[in-house]
Design a protein around this ligand. Sequence first.
Ligand code: C2E
Ligand code: MG
Ligand code: MG
Length: 699
Amino acid sequence: MKKEFELNYSLSVLKAAIEATVDGLLVTDRRGKVLCYNQLYVNMWPIPGELLAHARHQAILGYCAGQLRDPEQFLRSIEEIYATLAPESFNVFEFRNGRVFERCAKVKTLEGSDIVLVWSFRDITERRQGESYKAQLAAIVESSNDAIIVKDLNGIITGWNAAAEELFGYRSGEIIGSSILTLIPPDRLEEEDRIMNLVKSGKRTDHFETVRWGKGKKSIDVSVTISPVKDSAGNIIGASKIARDITQRKESQERIEYLAHYDLLTGLPNRALFTDRMRIAIENASRYAFRLALLFVDLDRFKLINDSLGHAIGDKLLKAVAERMQSTVRQADTVSRLGGDEFVVLLGRIHTATEAARVAEKLIAVLSQPYQIEQHELLLTASVGISIYPDSGKDVNSLMRNADVSMYSAKGQGRNRYQFYSEDLTSGADERLRLEYDLRSALARDEIFPVYQPQLELATGRVVGVEALMRWKHPERGLVSPASFIPVAEDSGLILSLGEHILRESCLQARQWHEQQGFEGTIAVNVSAVQFRQNDFTDVVLRALADSGLSPECLELELTESVVMHGVESATQKMCFLESRGIKLAIDDFGTGYSSLSYLRQFAIDRLKIDRSFVRDLPQDTDAKAIIRATVAMGRSLGLRVMAEGVETEGQAEYLRSVQCDESQGYLYARPMRPDDFEAWLKGRKPDFRGSRYQMAQS
Ligand code: C2E
Ligand code: MG
Ligand code: MG
């Protein structure tokens, strides 16, 4: 009884042991009869109950093999074990659904020399996956574009991928086992210690920008992410570093930084940097009670050089100007280019305004020395406006504005000079700036148009021509006088488009009058010096003629004496060319510009227009009479027709007739008119016609 109990007891123990193993177990005899198995074995496959009831291994095997990728190989291996009874064998097989089992078979001899086979199966799917995951990870690390370095807690390098080889220049074979210090410049050691302390406390540091040494101590800008490396028990055993080369990004950042603060052309600080420095200078000056001077420097008529010689020459000239300015002021002063031909100079720490005046004089003198740019010798002058802190402004904006205003005033006084700020300057310059601003959009808004004033032969009263005069109908100010906006248009270059517009419009109008009104006279168009100096001026004129269909003899260009006298050679060339095309030329405002008649002889001129100021004082003023008599006589002797401008009274007309002046123009006959009014005037020819809505109020 006791024996039976003991037997039962040990059987239970065995059964418990079999059930408790981590493997699926099956025991068969040498012919395949199933002797015992555990539940795990049944579940693993799983094997249906009725099949187990059969209790023949071969039957079970047939069922099992059906689930495998390579059933034949599986069956063969087992057949072989039954055939050879090899004491121990081992293999791995895969299921069609991806699971992987490891099989072990052991042949055991029992006491009665019976043989049993113990089959154990283990599901190693996860272990397999882990292994392949590791392999994938290694491949990723190896092919990463970022350098990946692993080091232990002693700072010894234990891992080094291909990108690290590339970035630092060390092969993994030569660097693994070395200290990480090889890569760290001395001034970054402290930083490295700090980060390693973080690593030791389990923290990671992301995208930290620093410098590392490559082979040959070559500095490399890198962004590094450092994380702790743990063993399977979770203990920190080292650090991994992912480093990315940011040299290029650093460079472009520096470049952007530079562009944000410096002028590309001259290398001078730009407006942003300049105002920054000014702000700091103002703070210092207010703290230590000294003065600052702001000099606004504008090159006179720089635009002409740019337009006539091209931007490449213009740019070189600006560079030369920048260099001269820089070398004229002290190291501590800031020279900046605000854009175009506008420069500013900040004189830090002055005591009296005289010091600023001295610098301005020096700048003006230095800038007016001739420049040799390629084959051109160029002359330039500058106008300087000065504002002083705290006298003419206490903040950046007001100092800038007031220096700017003063500069305009210096220009207005004839350029090539300096002007200190004073309060009464503000209104004038503001006005001028506003005018220029509005003028920029005037053409597009159709606010610019010509009006026409007839020109008559004094002896017969015949209409020989009509002068086109520009008008600007400002949306708020109403009609703005050309006398006030043409200088602004000339300084800003806007005159080119405005002038061309009037020219084209006038040619079209004249052509129409020729065809529809039987009008036979010329159309006279005023030309600014700025327009005339353009290289393509003659092209512009020919194009206007061609596009309108007006014949060249019907166009007369009114030039002032200064246009003809300055830049004589190219002026002569242009005038001869225009004459050769049949276009007529007149000298406007004659008598105001000091040109001698004999000098004018060399130019191809058709008409002189005696300035209104001489006509005004007729017929009483003897000087005026003498001048007019002389002009008419000399004009006639040169074969020119002479016209008097601004004829307002019959008395003036009478005198002009008496000295045999050829033609006249003025309010006596008609004011400048819009085309409709001119047509009506032509038809009616009322001598007392007093004109039109488009006459400026004359002072
Ligand atoms: P300007 O060419 O000498 O034109 C004659 C000016 O005298 C015109 O002034 C005209 O309206 C005015 N006027 C005519 N008859 C009389 C008169 O009997 N009495 C008085 N007191 N004035 C008379 P406006 O139209 O104001 O033009 C002024 C100047 O503006 C012109 O002088 C001319 O130099 C310039 N200008 C006008 N239109 C243009 C243009 O299209 N292009 C250019 N570049 N300049 C122009
Ligand atoms: Mg004129
Ligand atoms: Mg005139």
